[in-house]
Structure formats: structure tokens, C-alpha cells
Design a protein around this ligand. Structure first.
Ligand code: PMV
Length: 338
């Protein structure tokens, strides 16, 4: 056995954007057109694990996904390794083995690329003892998969579009202990247009896009304040409006990029109708959709059971895929039969 094998395992979780990243001003370095803000899920059973190993006896880079040897490394992965080789003097002539695993299914509606690249970036940074570890891990995650940079941190995370385009944690998840997340899976299949292609097309054709860019930072500042004081009404309104604006920009792209489906639109109406039922006119639920039809619904603990009952009644045929996110670190993720 080769005793000189060095190995590091790291984990990271998926994140959900509250203010969407859409548009790259630099394709190669994945520098975003706008700041974005997300929540990194704090779930015990929703992680990506990546183990990176290196030893002088390795003859090439290898990649195992869910235990299965892949024929080649993706170009994004090669880009990440290229950057590590540039930074790590002792890696010049050494190869690595990457083993990546998710504790949640690809069909869960959550992009696993963010957690996968974040865990890979952190693991490589540790294995090769790279300088300035936080910024380096963020950089590596970003060039792997843009939004993965936000999964390098837990809690509420902002990804800046300025300077070095780093991410930072604004509040830990425990900051808002009664905030919950319900994920409905209307369609688990892969998106029809990749976010990379769609973003490019938006930049080339959408006139609404520049209007969006002009308003994003103001929305982010207002959202941060709403999170700081746990003002769910303001939080809900900003989150829903940003989701809709992002999808409007996609629709304004030519040819249009349509991620929402009939069920998504139905859910939007349902949430607004449900929000009207509060005696004091307060918001109960907020939806947001990434580049897909599956809604992420933010809700406070006090309304969770009631809303889940409503969902079961309205969507009896939706698979038993409704996930309830509890923001405590010891929380489980029950599968609820609807
Ligand atoms: O990082 P990508 O290329 O998967 O793009 C993600 C884009 C959205 O999910 C739609 C928004 C976001 O900020 O995560």
C-alpha cells in the first residue's frame, strides 16, 4: 500500500437564491452581473460530500460520482484543478482522485452542483493547504459552478458582483429560528435550457434585463434589513417579486426561456389567495422559483401545518416529495405524503 496518500473529505449543502443571480459579465471567471442573496440549507440529510486524495503513484486525475468511475472529468472540474495546480506548488506533477457523493437524490429539485462544487473547492483548498483559504475556496467553487460560491458558507449568504466577487455570510441560519421551507416537486427532470446558455441569451436579447440590474441592489439592501429584523411581510414580498422578475426576464429573452409550468403558475395564485386569509393582512407564505418549475415556499412555523394540509388537499397527486425544512441543525427532513 502507498502510505503517502493524502486525503481530505468535506461537505456542503445546496442553497436557494432569494435574490437571483442571472447573467455573467465574465464567462471564463464566472463574474456575475449582479449581487445575489441566498439561504444555504441547514439539513442533516442534504449534503454533498467530496473526498479528494493525492499520492505520487497516481497516473492521472480520476473522478468517481456516487461510487462510479467516470470516463472523464467535466471541463468545469478540469478548470478547477487547473487553478489549484497554478496555486499549489507541490501539486504540479501530482494527480488527484475526486469522489463525490450526494445524500439527496438528483430528482429532489435541488441543484446538487452548488453543494458538489462547494465541497470540492473546500476539500482541494485543505488538501493542498492553499493560501488565503476562505477566498480561495470561494474562487474555486465559483469557477466550478457560479452559485456554488454561496454554498461555501451557511446561513444567509451574499455573493458580491464587485471586487473579487466573493461571498459572505450575513446571518447564520439560527438567526431566524422559526423560518421553514417547503419544497414541492412538480417536475424532477432536468431543465430544458441550461442556466449558462439561458443567461447568455438573456444578455444578448432582453431589454428588461438592464432594468432588473438597475434595481437589484436596492432590493438586496431592503431584504437584508427585513431579514435582520425578521420582518416576514417585507421578506415575502421582496422574495416573490424577485422570483417573478427573474422569470419575466427569462420570458423577455429571445427565444424565450420558460422554466415555470402550469402547476407553478397555479401555486403562485394559491399562495396569494392563501396570504389573503390572514385576519391582519399579514403574509403567511412566499414562493421562489429557480431555473425550474418547482416552488420553494418560505413560511413561518406557526403556519406550516395549515399550509401543508392545504397543499395535500390541492395537489393530491404530487409525489411524496414535499420537503419541510427546519432551520435547526438537528432537524430531520420528513417526506410527507400528499
Ligand atoms: O450557478 P448556475 O449556473 O446554476 O445558475 C443559477 C441561477 C439561478 O439558480 C436561477 C439563480 C441563483 O442565484 O441561484
Amino acid at each position: 500500500t502507498d502510505t503517502s496518500v493524502r486525503s481530505v473529505t468535506c461537505q456542503a449543502s445546496p442553497n436557494i437564491a432569494l435574490i437571483k443571480y442571472w447573467g455573467k459579465r465574465n464567462e471564463e471567471l464566472i463574474l456575475p452581473d449582479n449581487d445575489s442573496l441566498s439561504i444555504t440549507l441547514d439539513l442533516t440529510d442534504m449534503h454533498s460530500y467530496t473526498t479528494v486524495s493525492t499520492s505520487p503513484s497516481m497516473a492521472c486525475d480520476t473522478f468517481y460520482f456516487e461510487g462510479v468511475l467516470q470516463t472523464k472529468l467535466s471541463s468545469r472540474m478540469q478548470k478547477v484543478l487547473g487553478e489549484v495546480r497554478r496555486r499549489a506548488k507541490d501539486m504540479q506533477n501530482q494527480f488527484v482522485e475526486i469522489r463525490s457523493q450526494n445524500t439527496f437524490p438528483a430528482s429532489s429539485g435541488l441543484a446538487s452542483s452548488a453543494s458538489a462544487y462547494a465541497s470540492l473547492a473546500i476539500a482541494l483548498t485543505k488538501l493542498f493547504n492553499l493560501d488565503n483559504p476562505d477566498a480561495t475556496a470561494a474562487y474555486l467553487a465559483r469557477i466550478g459552478s457560479g452559485s456554488a460560491i454561496r454554498s461555501v458558507y451557511g446561513g444567509f449568504v451574499r455573493w458580491s458582483s464587485e471586487g473579487e466577487c466573493l461571498s459572505s455570510c450575513l446571518f447564520p441560519m439560527e438567526h431566524w429560528p422559526d423560518l421553514r421551507l417547503i419544497i414541492l416537486i412538480f417536475n424532477p427532470s432536468k431543465k430544458p435550457v441550461s442556466s449558462t446558455d439561458a443567461m447568455q441569451r438573456t444578455r444578448e436579447t432582453s431589454t428588461l434585463f438592464s432594468a432588473r440590474l438597475a434595481t437589484v441592489n436596492d432590493k438586496i439592501e431592503k431584504l437584508i434589513e427585513a431579514i435582520r429584523i425578521k420582518d416576514f411581510n417585507t421578506f415575502a414580498k421582496i422574495v416573490m417579486m424577485d422570483s417573478s422578475q427573474f422569470h419575466a426576464v427569462c420570458m423577455d429573452t429571445y427565444p424565450p426561456v420558460i422554466y415555470l409550468n402550469e402547476q407553478s403558475k397555479h401555486l403562485i395564485d394559491l399562495v396569494h389567495a392563501y396570504n389573503k386569509t390572514d385576519e391582519n393582512g399579514a403574509m403567511k407564505v412566499a414562493y421562489t422559483f429557480d431555473a425550474g418549475p418547482n416552488p420553494f415556499c418560505f413560511i413561518r412555523e406557526e403556519h406550516t401545518e395549515e399550509f401543508l394540509r392545504l397543499l395535500k388537499y390541492i395537489y393530491p397527486t404530487v409525489d411524496n416529495n414535499v420537503h419541510k425544512h427546519v432551520a435547526n441543525s438537528d432537524a430531520k427532513l420528513p417526506s410527507i405524503n400528499v
